[in-house]
Ligand binder design. Structure first.
Ligand code: ADP
Ligand code: MG
Length: 234
């Protein structure tokens, strides 16, 4: 903790509709996130949570304001620079796992290493080690469809970790999982948090948000409130 990892100032996002109309989805957000923090983002459907995650993950650029990641202003970066920043610094986890169905677990996890130019022998070794860490060392040659939902999400988390990111972004990662399996996945996030990773996680469920240090509540594209003792919420 201590260093500022993320600084958003007057962050806005507009979308242009087909009719030419512009809709503002994020209305000038200001917040900072420190290195090593575990932040949950909550809010009603349509409040802008995924839009904000796309900005934080450098998958999209703001319409106004600034987003600084480790002091670097993403607005000034080319698409190639953003892609490079993404692959070096950020791991993504999604509600639907987003695994390649025809590939083995080891190939799924190794895929980000292909894009970062790591040689094949090293890719296999690194992917195997991370799959072992998430408890799937005995399933390396399985395909995603041969696993339970919770196991598939572990594979997705392994894939998110393979480039040693400093930031994990997870958009409703337990949304498709039962309560018991969700708790197992959250225990994995807790241990990554304890290892020093910064985690930002979108959720609808207070039981999930309670794992975070802080909760940012969005309503209609604005910060409604920031709760700093998330562990204590009812
Ligand atoms: P949440 O994840 O909180 O449910 P989203 O960020 O997905 O909310 O969406 C916020 C608002 O932005 C919604 O009203 C949605 O309809 C709108 N929106 C999202 N993506 C687009 C897009 N590509 N074009 C136009 N409107 C969009
Ligand atoms: Mg969403």
């Amino acid at each position: 903790m201590g260093d500022i990892l993320i600084q958003a100032t007057s962050l806005t996002k507009d979308y242009a509709l087909d009719e030419g109309e512009i809709v503002r989805v994020l209305h000038g957000l200001d917040f900072t996130i420190e290195s090593g923090e575990f932040l949950a983002i909550m809010g009603p459907s349509g409040s802008g949570k995924s839009t904000l995650m796309n900005l934080l993950g450098c998958l999209d650029t703001p319409s106004g304001g600034h987003y600084l990641l480790k002091g670097e202003d993403t607005a000034a970066m080319s698409p190639d620079q953003l892609a490079s920043l993404r692959s070096r610094k950020i791991g993504f986890v999604f509600q639907g796992f987003n695994l390649l169905p025809r590939k083995s677990l080891i190939d799924n996890v190794a895929l980000p290493l292909v894009y970062s130019g790591v040689p094949r022998v090293d890719r296999e070794r690194i992917a195997r080690a991370i799959l072992e860490e998430v408890g799937l060392g005995d399933r390396l040659r399985h395909r995603p469809g041969q696993l339970s939902g919770g196991q598939q999400q572990r594979v997705a988390i392994a894939r998110a970790l393979v480039n040693k990111p400093s930031l994990i972004l997870a958009d409703e990662p337990t949304g498709n999982l039962d309560t018991k399996t969700s708790e197992d996945i959250l225990a994995l996030f807790d241990s990554l948090h304890q290892q020093g990773l910064t985690i930002i996680l979108v959720t609808h469920e207070p039981d999930v948000a309670r794992h975070a240090d802080k909760i940012l509540y969005l309503i209609d594209g604005r910060i409604d409130r920031l709760v700093v003792n998330a562990h204590a919420i009812q």
